[in-house]
Design a protein around this ligand. Structure first.
Ligand SMILES: Nc1nc2c(c(=O)[nH]1)N[C@H]1C(S)=C(S)[C@@H](COP(=O)(O)O)O[C@H]1N2
Ligand SMILES: [Mo]
Length: 203
Protein backbone atom coordinates (compact mmCIF):
# COMPACT_ATOMS: atom_id res chain seq x y z
CA UNK A 1 0.00 0.00 0.00
CA UNK A 2 1.50 3.35 -0.98
CA UNK A 3 2.41 5.66 1.84
CA UNK A 4 2.58 9.41 1.42
CA UNK A 5 5.71 10.50 3.21
CA UNK A 6 6.83 13.88 4.36
CA UNK A 7 3.37 15.44 4.34
CA UNK A 8 3.58 18.03 7.08
CA UNK A 9 1.79 21.22 7.90
CA UNK A 10 -1.86 22.09 8.13
CA UNK A 11 -4.08 21.19 5.21
CA UNK A 12 -5.07 24.34 3.33
CA UNK A 13 -8.62 25.08 2.41
CA UNK A 14 -9.37 25.13 -1.27
CA UNK A 15 -7.42 23.64 -4.10
CA UNK A 16 -3.67 24.28 -3.89
CA UNK A 17 -3.31 24.14 -7.68
CA UNK A 18 -5.68 27.09 -7.92
CA UNK A 19 -3.95 29.16 -5.23
CA UNK A 20 -0.97 31.32 -6.24
CA UNK A 21 1.98 31.29 -3.80
CA UNK A 22 1.23 32.89 -0.44
CA UNK A 23 -2.55 33.00 -0.99
CA UNK A 24 -5.38 31.40 1.03
CA UNK A 25 -8.95 30.59 0.02
CA UNK A 26 -11.43 33.05 1.53
CA UNK A 27 -14.33 30.69 0.84
CA UNK A 28 -17.69 32.40 0.60
CA UNK A 29 -16.39 35.68 2.13
CA UNK A 30 -15.65 38.57 -0.15
CA UNK A 31 -13.58 41.15 1.77
CA UNK A 32 -13.95 44.81 0.83
CA UNK A 33 -10.78 46.84 0.32
CA UNK A 34 -11.28 50.51 -0.39
CA UNK A 35 -8.79 53.35 0.02
CA UNK A 36 -11.39 56.10 -0.42
CA UNK A 37 -14.96 56.80 0.65
CA UNK A 38 -17.38 54.56 -1.27
CA UNK A 39 -19.18 56.68 -3.87
CA UNK A 40 -22.85 56.02 -4.52
CA UNK A 41 -23.16 56.55 -8.23
CA UNK A 42 -26.30 56.80 -10.28
CA UNK A 43 -25.77 54.53 -13.30
CA UNK A 44 -27.71 56.92 -15.55
CA UNK A 45 -25.15 59.63 -14.80
CA UNK A 46 -22.06 57.39 -14.94
CA UNK A 47 -20.06 57.47 -18.19
CA UNK A 48 -17.11 55.52 -19.53
CA UNK A 49 -14.34 57.21 -21.51
CA UNK A 50 -11.48 55.78 -23.54
CA UNK A 51 -8.92 58.41 -24.51
CA UNK A 52 -5.21 59.17 -24.73
CA UNK A 53 -3.42 57.38 -27.57
CA UNK A 54 -6.47 56.28 -29.55
CA UNK A 55 -7.78 57.18 -32.99
CA UNK A 56 -11.28 57.96 -31.72
CA UNK A 57 -11.52 59.14 -28.10
CA UNK A 58 -15.01 58.18 -26.94
CA UNK A 59 -17.38 58.47 -24.03
CA UNK A 60 -20.28 56.06 -23.59
CA UNK A 61 -23.32 56.21 -21.36
CA UNK A 62 -24.58 53.39 -19.17
CA UNK A 63 -27.46 52.73 -21.61
CA UNK A 64 -25.08 52.55 -24.57
CA UNK A 65 -22.78 50.03 -22.93
CA UNK A 66 -25.65 47.92 -21.62
CA UNK A 67 -26.74 47.40 -25.23
CA UNK A 68 -23.43 45.67 -26.08
CA UNK A 69 -22.99 41.89 -26.13
CA UNK A 70 -22.55 40.60 -22.59
CA UNK A 71 -19.37 38.74 -21.71
CA UNK A 72 -18.91 36.48 -18.68
CA UNK A 73 -15.86 35.75 -16.51
CA UNK A 74 -15.90 32.57 -14.45
CA UNK A 75 -12.86 31.95 -12.32
CA UNK A 76 -10.73 33.14 -9.46
CA UNK A 77 -9.62 36.51 -8.06
CA UNK A 78 -6.52 37.19 -5.95
CA UNK A 79 -5.88 40.11 -3.59
CA UNK A 80 -2.34 41.09 -2.61
CA UNK A 81 -3.43 41.00 1.07
CA UNK A 82 -3.33 37.17 0.49
CA UNK A 83 -6.97 36.21 0.06
CA UNK A 84 -8.13 34.50 -3.09
CA UNK A 85 -11.73 33.85 -4.00
CA UNK A 86 -12.39 30.84 -6.21
CA UNK A 87 -15.12 30.28 -8.81
CA UNK A 88 -16.48 33.80 -9.06
CA UNK A 89 -18.85 34.80 -11.85
CA UNK A 90 -18.88 38.33 -13.21
CA UNK A 91 -20.76 39.70 -16.19
CA UNK A 92 -20.23 42.84 -18.20
CA UNK A 93 -18.49 43.65 -21.44
CA UNK A 94 -15.06 42.79 -22.74
CA UNK A 95 -12.47 45.57 -22.65
CA UNK A 96 -11.49 44.35 -26.15
CA UNK A 97 -14.85 45.55 -27.47
CA UNK A 98 -14.37 48.97 -25.90
CA UNK A 99 -10.84 49.35 -27.28
CA UNK A 100 -11.89 48.20 -30.73
CA UNK A 101 -14.29 51.16 -30.90
CA UNK A 102 -11.60 53.64 -29.84
CA UNK A 103 -8.78 52.21 -31.95
CA UNK A 104 -5.53 52.20 -29.97
CA UNK A 105 -2.66 53.91 -31.79
CA UNK A 106 0.44 51.80 -32.51
CA UNK A 107 2.44 53.62 -29.81
CA UNK A 108 -0.12 52.85 -27.08
CA UNK A 109 1.50 50.31 -24.75
CA UNK A 110 0.03 51.03 -21.30
CA UNK A 111 -3.31 51.87 -19.74
CA UNK A 112 -4.06 54.03 -16.73
CA UNK A 113 -7.47 53.15 -15.34
CA UNK A 114 -9.23 56.02 -13.52
CA UNK A 115 -12.03 55.75 -10.98
CA UNK A 116 -14.61 58.46 -10.33
CA UNK A 117 -12.93 58.91 -6.92
CA UNK A 118 -9.47 59.71 -8.30
CA UNK A 119 -8.09 56.19 -7.66
CA UNK A 120 -5.87 55.06 -10.52
CA UNK A 121 -4.02 51.89 -11.48
CA UNK A 122 -1.63 51.19 -14.34
CA UNK A 123 -1.51 48.14 -16.59
CA UNK A 124 0.30 47.03 -19.73
CA UNK A 125 -2.15 47.27 -22.64
CA UNK A 126 -1.46 43.56 -23.33
CA UNK A 127 -3.00 42.73 -19.91
CA UNK A 128 -6.37 44.23 -20.81
CA UNK A 129 -6.57 42.81 -24.36
CA UNK A 130 -7.06 39.22 -25.58
CA UNK A 131 -10.25 38.53 -23.57
CA UNK A 132 -8.53 38.95 -20.19
CA UNK A 133 -10.29 42.07 -18.89
CA UNK A 134 -13.86 43.23 -18.43
CA UNK A 135 -15.99 46.16 -17.41
CA UNK A 136 -18.13 44.25 -14.93
CA UNK A 137 -21.51 45.28 -13.53
CA UNK A 138 -22.83 41.97 -12.27
CA UNK A 139 -21.51 39.54 -9.66
CA UNK A 140 -23.15 36.18 -9.05
CA UNK A 141 -26.26 37.20 -10.98
CA UNK A 142 -26.79 40.47 -9.09
CA UNK A 143 -25.81 44.08 -9.79
CA UNK A 144 -22.39 44.91 -8.38
CA UNK A 145 -22.88 46.65 -5.03
CA UNK A 146 -21.35 50.10 -4.43
CA UNK A 147 -18.84 48.57 -1.95
CA UNK A 148 -17.52 46.28 -4.67
CA UNK A 149 -17.32 48.99 -7.32
CA UNK A 150 -20.84 49.26 -8.66
CA UNK A 151 -22.21 50.30 -11.00
CA UNK A 152 -19.12 49.29 -13.00
CA UNK A 153 -15.64 48.12 -12.09
CA UNK A 154 -12.66 47.04 -14.12
CA UNK A 155 -12.00 43.30 -13.79
CA UNK A 156 -8.53 42.00 -14.59
CA UNK A 157 -8.61 38.69 -12.72
CA UNK A 158 -5.24 37.30 -13.85
CA UNK A 159 -3.50 40.15 -11.95
CA UNK A 160 -3.73 41.09 -8.24
CA UNK A 161 -7.10 42.61 -7.54
CA UNK A 162 -5.88 46.15 -6.88
CA UNK A 163 -5.62 46.39 -10.71
CA UNK A 164 -9.40 45.90 -10.90
CA UNK A 165 -10.36 49.54 -10.33
CA UNK A 166 -13.76 49.98 -8.71
CA UNK A 167 -16.06 52.76 -10.02
CA UNK A 168 -14.00 52.83 -13.19
CA UNK A 169 -14.83 55.73 -15.49
CA UNK A 170 -11.88 56.12 -17.83
CA UNK A 171 -9.14 54.15 -19.57
CA UNK A 172 -6.28 56.40 -20.66
CA UNK A 173 -3.92 54.85 -23.20
CA UNK A 174 -0.28 55.82 -22.84
CA UNK A 175 3.09 55.18 -24.48
CA UNK A 176 4.93 54.96 -21.15
CA UNK A 177 3.94 53.26 -17.91
CA UNK A 178 2.61 55.75 -15.34
CA UNK A 179 2.29 54.37 -11.78
CA UNK A 180 -1.19 54.56 -10.24
CA UNK A 181 -2.37 55.00 -6.66
CA UNK A 182 -0.92 51.83 -5.07
CA UNK A 183 1.96 51.60 -7.50
CA UNK A 184 3.19 55.04 -6.36
CA UNK A 185 3.03 53.63 -2.81
CA UNK A 186 5.31 50.69 -3.51
CA UNK A 187 3.12 48.10 -5.18
CA UNK A 188 4.22 46.38 -8.37
CA UNK A 189 3.60 47.88 -11.81
CA UNK A 190 2.30 44.56 -13.19
CA UNK A 191 1.14 42.42 -10.25
CA UNK A 192 1.04 38.83 -11.52
CA UNK A 193 -0.02 36.70 -8.52
CA UNK A 194 1.62 33.54 -9.93
CA UNK A 195 4.96 35.39 -10.00
CA UNK A 196 4.23 37.03 -6.61
CA UNK A 197 4.74 40.49 -8.06
CA UNK A 198 3.50 42.23 -4.92
CA UNK A 199 5.94 45.14 -4.48
CA UNK A 200 8.19 47.26 -6.64
CA UNK A 201 11.43 45.29 -7.02
CA UNK A 202 9.76 41.87 -7.02
CA UNK A 203 10.67 39.83 -10.16
N1 LIG B 1 -11.40 52.74 -6.76
C1 LIG B 1 -10.80 51.76 -6.09
N2 LIG B 1 -10.64 50.57 -6.69
C2 LIG B 1 -10.03 49.58 -6.02
C3 LIG B 1 -9.55 49.76 -4.71
C4 LIG B 1 -9.73 51.02 -4.11
O1 LIG B 1 -9.33 51.25 -2.97
N3 LIG B 1 -10.37 51.99 -4.82
N4 LIG B 1 -8.92 48.74 -4.05
C5 LIG B 1 -8.32 47.69 -4.89
C6 LIG B 1 -7.92 46.56 -4.10
S1 LIG B 1 -6.50 46.65 -3.20
C7 LIG B 1 -8.62 45.40 -4.14
S2 LIG B 1 -8.07 43.98 -3.39
C8 LIG B 1 -9.92 45.35 -4.80
C9 LIG B 1 -10.94 45.05 -3.73
O2 LIG B 1 -12.19 44.89 -4.32
P1 LIG B 1 -13.37 44.49 -3.39
O3 LIG B 1 -13.48 45.53 -2.31
O4 LIG B 1 -14.56 44.39 -4.27
O5 LIG B 1 -12.98 43.15 -2.80
O6 LIG B 1 -10.31 46.53 -5.44
C10 LIG B 1 -9.28 47.28 -6.00
N5 LIG B 1 -9.88 48.39 -6.65
MO1 LIG C 1 -6.02 44.34 -2.69
Amino acid sequence: MPITRGFTGRPRRGRPDRLPPGQYDTGTDWPTLTAEVTPHLVPERWTMTVDGLVERPRTWTWAELRAWPVSTYRGDIHCVTTWSKLDTTFRGISVDDLLAEAGPLPEAAYVLAHSTTGYTTNLPLSDVTGQKAWLAWEYDGRPLTPEHGGPVRLLVPHLYFWKSAKWVTRLELLAEDRPGFWEQRGYHDRGDPWLEQRYQGDP
